[in-house]
Design a protein. Structure first.
Length: 438
């Protein structure tokens, strides 16, 4: 009987403890937060579904848990939070949908909020015109991981696009990606701990300036990929701070970005008419700048490439950058071997690494036409021509063939009512925050 009584006593104590826990302030607070998130999601879904042109959807401060994707398909709508660290949409418990927010609309503005821990892409804007993405944070809070969503901020097949004052962290492909678009400005953002910090792909006319790209695998990428409706050209990358992009590549195996060497500052692949100027580029362990053709990209496949795809980077102009460090510990075995053979154990690859592949069909009297050259006017910056087309037989550091200049590209001007004029290269608080971390 004593034993039974003792057991009942223990059970009673346990029951009291459970009841106390159920009624504890923490439990009540958790239940209240869950209820608030459920109500917030219900109301937001209703607002997005019933939105009309001209609507402004105001989101309050708070962290809200959402378990399904959001979508908007109505033109001329603004979504506005209370700040990228005040209004937080968390998809940590997402059970439905591929994105956090998917927008198929024009004249769209989103600003002052955060999207965290989505299963797939955080913010995707598809086939819209006049898009403003301002003061948005996308982040996977667990840090770099292959399981993270591919893209943070992701406008694709868009025209007249402004991405500014935003922060992208932890994407397993690109933090800020603009693809197959026209007339684009990406300015005053911060990209960190992504595979690609900022990527401009198959886009015509882009200005990328005032950004901070650090702790990514590759800082800023300008790519052309085959089998897409539009080849890209005419991108200016300037007045950025691109440093210490040495995070191990955590991209999904088989994707193009998974081939980017850790330690890449700026990477140009198969893209034409690209200017890189007036940047601070430092301490990227493979190379501060890489210029490569599709054939040496690491994802080349002649079986899947359309016939009219141009795999050669042409009309590349690098000038007036400030280079520091870099090239001391390249990724990929072939690059390690190249550094060792050419520069020894204590040496470093030059600031600019070029695969040396050119289009023989476009040569005139055995020379690359001036307009198609890789031109460098950058003080004492060096180059390594890997001569990849000839199995690396004539590796060269002779910069003489690259001492040239090209006609400069025009500034991108957006036709956006809400765009505030800003001198090229001005840095806002996001960019200034990076200076303290250098």
């Amino acid at each position: 009987m004593k034993t039974a009584a003792k057991m009942l006593g223990v059970a009673g104590v346990a029951l009291v403890a459970l009841l106390a826990a159920a009624c504890s302030p923490d439990k009540k607070e958790s239940q209240a937060e869950a209820a608030a998130s459920a109500d917030f999601q219900k109301q937001l879904l209703k607002q997005l579904i019933s939105a009309q042109p001209g609507d402004v959807i105001e989101l309050p401060a708070g962290k809200f848990q959402l378990n399904r994707s959001l979508s908007l398909n109505v033109d001329d709508v603004t979504i506005r939070g209370a700040g990228m660290d005040k209004t937080i949409l968390s998809f940590e418990g997402q059970i439905q949908g591929a994105e956090g927010l998917l927008v198929n609309a024009s004249n769209f503005t989103i600003e002052d909020l955060a999207i965290e821990d989505t299963i797939g892409d955080a913010l995707k804007v598809n086939e819209g015109e006049n898009i403003i993405i301002r003061n948005i944070r996308t982040e996977w809070t667990n840090g770099p991981a292959t399981k993270n969503g591919a893209y943070g901020i992701y406008p694709v097949q868009t025209t007249n696009v402004l991405v500014e004052g935003s922060v992208a962290i932890g994407a397993s492909d690109a933090g800020i990606y603009v693809g197959q678009s026209r007339n684009v400005i990406v300015r005053n953002n911060r990209a960190e701990f992504n595979v690609a910090g900022i990527e401009i792909e198959n886009t015509i006319g882009a200005d990328v300036y005032g950004n901070v790209a650090t702790n990514n695998t590759g800082g800023i990428l300008v790519f052309n990929m085959p089998n897409l409706p539009q080849p890209g050209h005419s991108t200016r990358v300037y007045n950025n701070r691109i440093f210490k992009n040495n995070t191990d590549n955590f991209g999904h195996e088989g994707t193009p970005v998974a081939a980017v060497p850790a330690g890449s500052g700026v990477v140009i692949n198969s893209n034409d008419n690209v200017e890189i100027f007036s940047n601070e580029i430092a301490d990227n362990d493979t190379a501060n700048v890489i210029v490569s053709s599709y054939f040496t990209s690491g994802f080349y496949s002649d079986k899947s490439t359309q016939k009219d795809f141009d795999p050669y980077p042409e009309g590349i102009y690098i000038y007036d950058n400030q280079f520091t460090g870099g090239g001391s510990s390249p990724d990929h075995l072939e690059l390690k071997a190249l550094k060792l053979a050419k520069f020894g154990l204590g040496g470093s690859l030059p600031d600019i690494l070029w695969d040396g592949v050119v289009d023989g069909d476009k040569m005139v009297d055995g020379q690359v036409p001036d307009a198609l050259k890789l031109c460098i006017d950058n003080g004492d910056a060096g180059i390594l021509n890997a001569d990849a087309a000839n199995d690396f037989k004539n590796i060269s550091t002779d910069i003489t063939p690259h001492k040239c200049s090209l006609e400069k590209l025009p500034q991108i001007v957006l036709d956006l009512d809400q765009q505030e004029d800003q001198p090229a290269g001005d840095e806002n608080e996001v960019a200034q925050a990076g200076a303290a971390d250098a």
